[in-house]
Design a binder for this molecule. Structure first.
Ligand SMILES: Nc1ccn([C@@H]2O[C@H](COP(=O)(O)OP(=O)(O)OP(=O)(O)O)[C@@H](O)[C@H]2O)c(=O)n1
Ligand SMILES: C[C@](O)(CO)[C@H](O)COP(=O)(O)O
Length: 403
């Protein structure tokens, strides 16, 4: 059993109350430039106590999900949800329990609560760990009701005023011991119940002791179109906090007799070849350094030492792919890549679009975020004498969007 806390993110709903959007159901709507689901996932991925994350999605949403999460898909175990939230959670629990290192504690969270903060997650985990209900108890974050509560009659008039004393609004993540909540869900399903709107009510129904911990006013569930617009506006206000970084890279390789060069991933027939340990693709080498520079991750030589025989003759897209993965691990999102090639020959223009397409494919960037340029060195110096080819690259990456 794993020490890490497991997380189930339920994202299989249709978002009917939020209405139809070309971006898909509300968990895929963009707030602050990224899908709601991507923000929510970041909140848990960045929490040190969190281990396995199961993401429950609708069977029709696989493509939307991949587009929303990109490389972060690797961080989740994907499972298909059901027609009710309760069924989706149950499938997530079964997937989590089937993992080799299944956790003891699980947090169940709505994918559409993207503003969950670390302190709330901590309070829930702490309360479940401290459970003195014989190991079967749980904890949920909740906020006291601030408004006066009215019961409405069928004609829209007030049928009564309900005392708000002791009333709380339940939030997620809701935390439980995995075995206990699995058993409670199974028992509820067996007795034909599928109307529970949260997991605490299933635990309560099964006789477990569930405690309330302090929730957070910001931890709202995005339910309506207005909720999504407000969330987007809130993140736009935060934009000054976003950490945009620029990195640059330079590389040069000697030209020797040969029959082709490889530049920005494209093989070009030529009367010379670039000499190097790998395929000597100066364009991709400079880009690798530019990406690594945005997060202080050293340079290409640190990650792929020329002394290491495994990189001999290696196609350089492997180096860029590693740099892209390092940027993603550090929470970065690449915004653009720009490579300038400096050579007298071969002519770059006929190959420029193919080079941009290669870089776009390797980095996951759209074509209009990738630029390849070329210049001669006006026959000056070693580049001008065709003794080598050089490249300069620049990349911009946004970090810390989840804060
Ligand atoms: N069959 C379902 C229904 C809901 N959810 C998830 O449960 C969370 C909370 O549900 P809710 O806000 O009600 O989402 P929807 O069911 O999508 O919304 P609506 O009721 O407006 O259609 C959401 O993250 C939603 O994707 C789910 O995984 N499976
Ligand atoms: C789980 C929940 O978010 C707790 O407040 C809520 O019950 C979900 O309800 P919904 O009807 O599925 O939106």
């Amino acid at each position: 059993m794993s020490d890490g806390v497991g997380v189930i993110l339920v994202a299989a709903g249709r978002g009917e109350r939020a209405g139809i959007s070309t971006e898909g159901p509300k968990q895929y709507r963009r707030i602050g430039g990224r899908a709601v689901l991507a923000h929510t996932l970041d909140a848990f991925r960045s929490h040190p106590a969190v281990g396995a994350i199961v993401l429950v999605v609708h069977p029709d949403d696989q493509t939307l999900c991949e587009a929303a999460l990109g490389a972060a898909m690797e961080a989740v175990h994907l499972v298909t949800g059901g027609a009710e939230r309760q069924v989706s959670v149950r499938r997530g629990l079964e997937r989590l329990a089937a993992l080799n290192d299944a956790p003891e504690i699980v947090l169940v969270h709505d994918a559409v609560r993207p503003f969950v903060d670390r302190a709330t997650i901590d309070r829930v985990i702490e309360a479940v760990r401290a459970d003195n209900g014989g190991g079967g108890g749980g904890a949920i974050p909740a906020m006291p009701i601030a408004d006066t509560i009215k019961r409405a009659a069928a004609d829209g008039t007030i049928a009564g005023t309900v005392s708000r004393s002791g009333l709380y609004g339940a939030q997620t993540p809701q935390g439980f011991h995995l075995d206990a909540i699995r058993a409670a869900h199974a028992a509820a399903a067996e007795s034909g119940r599928s109307d529970f709107t949260d997991d605490a009510s299933i635990a309560e129904w099964a006789g477990a002791r569930v405690v309330l911990v302090e929730g957070a006013a910001d931890n709202v569930k995005l339910t309506t179109r207005e909720d999504i617009a407000r969330a987007d506006a809130k993140l736009k206000d935060r934009h000054p906090m976003i950490d945009v970084r620029t990195g640059n890279g330079y590389d040069v390789h000697r030209l020797v007799p040969g029959d082709h060069v490889t530049l920005c991933g494209v093989r070009i027939a030529h009367d010379q070849a670039l000499d190097g340990h790998s395929d000597a693709d100066v364009g991709l080498h400079a880009l690798t350094d530019a990406l690594l520079a945005t997060c202080g991750a050293g340079d290409i030589g640190d990650h792929f030492p020329p002394s290491d025989p495994q990189w001999r003759g290696m196609a350089s897209h492997v180096f860029v792919e590693r740099a892209v993965a390092i940027v993603a691990e550090k929470g970065g999102r690449i915004m653009n890549a720009d490579v300038s090639l400096i050579c007298e020959a071969p002519k770059i223009a006929p190959h420029r679009e193919a080079m941009r397409a290669k870089i776009a494919a390797i980095t996951g960037l759209a074509m209009d975020r990738v630029s390849v340029k070329a210049t001669t060195n006006e026959q000056l110096g070693f580049l001008g004498r065709r003794e080598g080819i050089a490249a300069i690259a620049t990349a911009s990456v946004v970090y810390g969007e989840a804060q």
